[in-house]
Ligand binder design. Sequence first.
Ligand code: PLP
Length: 484
Amino acid sequence: MTARARGDMPPEEFEEHGRRAVAWIADYLAHPERFPVLARVAPGQIREALPAQPPARGEPMEAILADVERLVLPGITHWNHPSFFAYFAITGSGPGILGELLTAALNVNGMLWKTSPAATELEEAVLDWLRQMVGLPEGFMGIIMDTASVASLCAIAAAREAVSEHRFRDEGAAGGPRLRLYASEQAHSSIEKAAIVLGIGRAGLRKIPVDDAFRMDPQALRRAIAEDRRAGWRPFCVVATVGTTSTTSVDPLPAIAAICEAEGLWLHVDAAYAGIAAIAPEFRWALAGAEAADSVVINPHKWLFTPLDCSAFYCRRPDVLRAAFSLVPEYLRTAEAERTAVRDLMDYGVQLGRRFRALKLWMVIRYFGWEGLAARIREHVRLGQALAAWIDDDPLFERLAPTPFSTVCFRARPPGLDEEALDRLNASLLDAVNASGEAYLSHTRLQGRYALRVAIGNIRTEERHVHAVWELIRATLRRLQPAA
Ligand code: PLP
């Protein structure tokens, strides 16, 4: 039997390749601009280049790492690139990446307190820090989920558990009331997915109209609830959004919270994106009213420089959340959970196995500090506002939504084109800008119009990058529309 037939990579080899890998990462993060932002590969191209069969014998690490560069990197869209402006631009920062490395090395499963007390207690402590940073009051229990989609699913499951006249958990939906869930027309698709998964069904989600700034209309919510009650529905939960996906609009939480209070409905706040802004005192307003919510989700992996995945879920009624999910088979029972106040985090969601995600978040918050994080968010908002002002000053462009934070929705609007032609022009503009490899934007549709979307949130994005993308957009428009 050869030395490689048993056991792990020898420690000396690990150290040698580890040093090289870290050096490679440092160099990559120093110069992400040397790659086109958007991967330039055809569908299937990467798959074709990869061997179809697994290697029968182990291969040297040099060969594997060389293939990462040769085969994998060409198919990478560089979210680390400072001119990545699509979707919500996110980045893992140095301390976050190191935290992720340590998490992989420790490889603990934090399902029970006992299976790694530090994983549970650090998670409790760091989520309490984040709670304080965004200005949520005491009394919210924090737990890390992989994504906001899963956090919202858990929130809505808890809301359903709080419906007292039927035991959904034990009986299933059959024989129970027809549940109605409310969210705005601009709410994220994860809410609709949660309705599908939880058996509420897409018909059980009522989408509430929004105002001109894409915020939920609370009067329309109130009317919808009354109408539904008369029609025999059982309203049970409202999802308000702080930072909608298209335009980062903030639903009027205080008015919505008052309705939930009066109607006895669970209020879940999806603050996946903009909840992070509340770290800076001048953006605290975004979460005003969330103190009355039953649950709130905020994503450190979106705008807090923490590598994917890390979503902070807060619940003011942890007992209800626990009642919705806890199911403890014999082999997971521990004396600590039964006799002391320790929390087994598996009891508060779907998954059993849990990664030690708190470590990277703890390292990010410690390394940058509350003020350092707020300063970075503030700068992104400043850049977003600067871009919005440049757009407003250019007669060939128009903004299609207010810009509360650092995401700008707009379109080119040269004279003489009807709405259909404008849609086509802006879609071509997006494609041409993205094909340049110099920047990556995404799009949305607002009041029927095709809108370009520039989201600023990357830790390495500076004013020069925002200025360059704006010049690129203008030059591309001139090329597509020489008469403009
Ligand atoms: N909620 C909002 C408002 C979002 O914008 C997004 C994603 O962009 C999500 C939820 C989903 O986040 P995740 O990818 O963490 O599930």
